[in-house]
Design a protein around this ligand. Structure first.
Ligand code: SAH
Length: 362
């Protein structure tokens, strides 16, 4: 097959142009856009409102879906984890997290990850490849169809977090493109205001994001209150140390809307970064920069080859209280889907350690 165009990664305008170039009226492009994103169809065959002959021609040079679902796991808390595969055989993981008032879909921006955060399982894969805009959008389509049925209206709002495998700021172009496609009201209609992008600290892209007219929210993975420890836990810190990272955050702050804050994520590693002293230094660091931010404390999710244990709950509470007493808003994140290896830092396409899939596809 010659390189087929993946239509799921195109904006509505691009699709109109694509069909015009193929000698069809532009409205066919709008029809396809709505079929892909509003009706969440994943093959041309299902688009029966298009003439059969046109569908056949489309299929010759384009594709509606490129990811295949390898397996799916459903956790006791309702979290669903999907192991997907790209057309070139690379693993992609997506997690669907139902909550009372909304659902959150955690998607991947890369297959594997080039950053070498010492506490994260995905790092062990290395970078396989950055995903395309279409591959990002498809993850959302797959998860929503699985949770609610093909094209079915979702009962709650959908939030997205770019916190799966990969570093989203090293996938900046496809990520922003995917967000534009998903924001379209004729499609998924998930606007950037419902999206949070998490970075390990790619400083130039923090500045670039601040300048985007319609941007998602920002979260920053911190994991340590000083350069010495952060260098060890997150080697990206050697390239962009805390001083530069926080200076960029300070600039980003000017783009915050009323009531908006940005988030620091702090993974809690037993005996490594979770003492009272670490908490005091973290508060001092954030207060020194006077940032309109909150801190999410994430107990470490263990995974076999990782040399860390989660901080005990009392430690996490004590850490939180110190932050609060210094005026830093802190929240403890409840891990979701740990039993199926769906929690933060556990995504590395493993099947071996997960319990048998409740509903295994394929
Ligand atoms: N590369 C981006 C996106 C990944 S987000 C980033 O670093 O922000 C994944 C989040 O999970 C990050 O905040 C990271 O610090 C956290 N994390 C990684 N491994 C973890 C683990 N084993 N347990 C808990 N949190 C982890």
């Amino acid at each position: 097959m010659t390189k087929a165009e993946h239509l799921t990664g195109m904006t509505r305008d691009e699709l109109e142009r694509f069909v015009s170039d193929a000698g069809e009226p532009a409205y066919r492009g709008r029809q396809i856009f709505s079929a892909l994103h509003r009706r969440r169809l994943r093959s041309f065959d299902e688009m029966t409102d298009l003439p059969k002959e046109f569908r056949a021609r489309l299929a010759e040079r384009a594709t509606a879906s490129t990811l295949t679902v390898e397996s799916r796991y459903v956790a006791e808390d309702g979290t669903r984890r999907y192991l997907l595969k790209t057309h070139d055989g690379l693993p992609v993981e997506t997690v669907f997290i139902p909550e009372e008032r909304r659902d959150t879909i955690c998607f991947s921006s890369q297959s594997g990850c080039p950053l070498q955060c010492d506490f994260c399982l995905t790092a062990r894969l290395g970078l396989l490849r950055t995903l395309t805009a279409g591959e990002i959008v498809e993850q959302i389509v797959v998860a929503l169809n699985d949770a609610y049925g093909v094209g079915a209206k979702t009962p709650r709002g959908t939030n997205l977090v770019a916190m799966g495998a990969g570093e989203p700021f090293l996938a900046y172009e496809p990520l922003m493109k995917a967000l534009r496609v998903m924001a379209d009201e004729d499609g998924l209609h998930i606007v950037p205001n419902r999206v949070t992008v998490s970075t390990a600290g790619v400083v130039p892209k923090i500045r670039e994001l601040a300048a985007e007219p319609d941007r998602p929210h920002l979260a920053i993975s911190l994991a340590a209150p000083d350069d010495e420890l952060r260098d060890k836990l997150m080697p990206i810190n050697k390239r962009w140390p805390l001083r530069e990272l926080l200076a960029a955050c300070k600039e980003f702050e000017e783009s915050l809307r009323p009531g908006e804050r940005f988030t620091f994520e702090y993974v809690m590693l037993d005996g490594v970064n979770d003492t009272d002293d670490h908490a005091r230094r973290l508060a001092r660091l954030l207060n020194r920069h006077q940032l309109r931010a909150k801190v999410n404390l994430i107990p470490h999710n263990p995974a076999d080859p990782l040399p860390y244990r989660p901080s005990p709950p009392e430690r996490v509470e004590a850490f939180k209280e110190i932050l609060e007493s210094k005026g830093v808003h802190a929240f403890v994140r409840r891990p979701r889907g740990r039993d199926i290896y769906a929690a933060c830092g556990q995504l590395a396409a493993r099947r071996d350690n997960a319990p048998p899939a409740l509903y295994q596809l394929s």
